[in-house]
Design a protein around this ligand. Sequence first.
Ligand code: ADP
Ligand code: MG
Length: 699
Amino acid sequence: MLDILNQDIQYLPGVGPKKRDMLQKELGISKISDLLEYYPYKYVDRSRIYTINELRSDMPFVQVKGRILGFEEFGSGPRKKRLVAHFTDGTGIADIVWFSGIKYATQQFKVNTEYIVFGKPTLYGGRYQFAHPDIDKAEDLQLSQMGMQPYYITTEKMKKAGLTSRSIEKITKAMLEKMNQPLPETLPPFIANRLRLVERDTALRHVHYPKTAEELQSARFRLKFEELFYVQLNILRYASDQKKKYRGYAFPRIGEIFNSFYSDHLPFSLTDAQKRVMREIRSDLGSGRQMNRLLQGDVGSGKTLVALMTMLIALDNGYQACIMAPTEILAEQHLATIREFLGDMDIRVELLTGIVKGKRRKTVLDGLASGSVDILVGTHAVIEDTVQFSKLGLVVVDEQHRFGVAQRARLWSKSQNPPHVLVMTATPIPRTLAMTIYGDLDVSVIDQLPPGRKPIVTIHKYNNQTTSLYSGIRQQIKEGRQVYIVFPLIKESEKLDIQNLEEGFEILKEVFPEFRLSKVHGKMKPAEKDEEMQKFVNGETQILVATTVIEVGVNVPNASVMVILNAERFGLSQLHQLRGRVGRGASQSYCILVTKPQLTNETRKRIDIMCDTNDGFLIAEADLKLRGPGDLEGTQQSGMAFDLKIADIARDGQIVQMAREEAQKIIEQDPECNKTENSMLWQRLAALRKTNVNWAAIS
Ligand code: ADP
Ligand code: MG
C-alpha cells in the first residue's frame, strides 16, 4: 500500500488547511485516496481552437485564443452593472462579459496577455460574446494537454470560495504528479487479462487526464467494472455466509390446511405464473435452508394470494406466519382479504398496528406468545422488540421498497432459526438494480395477470379540457362504475395539500351534484378514513377523492377510472402504482393523466411512457433511466451502497452483468475465501467494508 494514499490533501500544492476543510465538509474529501476517486462527471474536448470569425451562435462551448484590447464598464448598481472586455485573435473581435465578480476580473486579467477563453458564444448587438467564460493563460493550458478537459462537481459554497472545477483539476494534477510510483493493483491478473482491463494506475491517471477518447473509455470501463465487481462480491459473499451460518426451518409438509384451502376455498384457479412461483417457494421451504425470496409482480398480478398460500404451508408445519405492510390501511386491507379468503376455516388471524392498543393489543400479544394466533397481519411495528412469537416460521413483507436488508436482519432474532422471508414488491425492479441492491435474494416473478383483465387505457388530458374530462367521468358512473380522483401531494406543506384537496372536493361536489363523493387523506383519523373508504368499497359513493394514500393495495374491482390531477408532479413508478388501482374488474378501465399544458421534456416522456405501456418492468427500466438509481424510491433505505462513484446502474447494465458473473465464479471456486490467487480480492473487500458504512451494515 502506498503511504501517500492516506496523506492529508492539505499538503498538496495549492490546497492548505482552508481549502482542505471546505473539501472535507462539502465533498468528504480529506485524503489523497478520496481525491483520486473523485471522478470528473464530464469531459470537454478542448483539442480544437476556433477563430473568432468562425463563431456561430448555435455552437456549444468552444475556445478561442487571443488578447484583451481593453475593458469597459456599463451601468451602475449591483444589478445593472457589467464589465466587458474586448478580445481579439486577429480575425475579429468578441466580447467577454461579467455581471458579477467584476472587481476580481479587472484585477485578474490583463491586456496584452495571451488567453484561452472557453465558453458558449452568443450573438449580441452584432458581436459574439462569452458570458463568464473559463479563462486561462495560454501558457498554462498544457494543463489538460489541450485534450479532454475534466469537469468536477462542486457546490455553491465551494464556488463562492473560489474552489471551482478548475481548481480541483489543478489540485488533482498536482496530486498525480506527486505520485511517482504506480498505484497498487486491486484486481488479480486473471480477471484483468480475461476482460482486457487496463491497470488501475493507468485507469486512475487517465480518468482525470485523458488525452484521447479511447484512453478515457478504457479507463472508465476498468473503474466501473471494479466498482460493480466489489459490490457484487460483497453481496454474494454475504449471501453465501448467510446460507452457511443459518439453517432454516424445513417445511416438508403440504397438509390439511393448505389442501382444504386449495380445493374448497379458492374461488378461481391459479394462473400459470402463480403456480410456477408456488413451486419455487415450496422447493425453498422444503430444502432446510432459509428462504430469502423476492416476489415481483405487477399490481394486480395476485401476489397476496401467493403470500397467503405460503403462510398456510407454514401453518401446516406447525409454525406461525406474519405479513407486514408499509401502512395501517394496507395492513387492514390484508386482514380483510385474508379473512375473506379463509372464510370459515379454523385459523386465527389477528391485526397488530399502531392503533391496536390497550386490552386488544395485549390479547393479540398473548396469543402470539402462546401460539394461538396463527397469522399476524401488521405494519412494520411488528418487528418491535416487545412482540414475541411462539413459533414464527415465515415472514411476508409487502412492498419491499420500504424494507431494507437491515430490517430483514432484525427479524431473525424473532425466532430460534431465522424465519423464511418472502418479500413482495409491486414496483418491479429492473434486473440490474435488483442484482445490485437485493443480490442476496432469490427472485420469483409473476409475469401474468389473472384472466379476463382488459389492459387499462391511459389518456393524457390538459387541465383546460375539464368539460370532456367531466363528461367522461359522468358517462362511466352512469354505466355503474366508480371513479378515483387523486390530488397530488405538495411536499412543502401538508396544510396546503389538505387545503388543495378540500377545495377540489368542493368543486367536484358542485360539478357532480347527482353523485355521492368520498374523501380520504393522510391526516384523517383512522376510523374516519376507514368509514369513508368503506363507503366507496360498498358502492355507496361513486367518486373517491383522495391524496396518494390510495397508492398501494386498495382493491375495488368496480372502480374503473383513475383520474390523476397534476400528473406532472408524480414519478413514473408512482403513476404506475396509482393506475394499478383500476383494471381489477371485468369492464374496460381508464387512467386519465391530467397535466398543465406546458411540460418539460422529461415530464412529457413520463406521460408518453404511461400512455404507451402497462408493463411495469418497462416502466421501471424507463424510470431508472430518467431518474437514476439514487433517486429511486427506497434505494436509500435498501441498506445497500448507492454511493457508486463512477458506475451508473441505469446505463451500465452489461457491466453489472459481467461483474456479477465474475464475482459468482470467485465465490463458487473459493467458498472459504482462502485461495492464494484470490487473496488480493479478499483483502480489498475487507478494506472496502471498513470504509463503507453501508457495506458494514449488512455484514
Ligand atoms: P397484487 O397484490 O399482486 O397487486 P392482488 O393479490 O391484490 O394483486 O390480486 C388482485 C386481484 O386479483 C384480487 O382481487 C385477487 O383476488 C384476484 N386474483 C388473484 N389471483 C387470481 C387468479 N388466479 N384468478 C383470478 N383472480 C385472481
Ligand atoms: Mg397487493
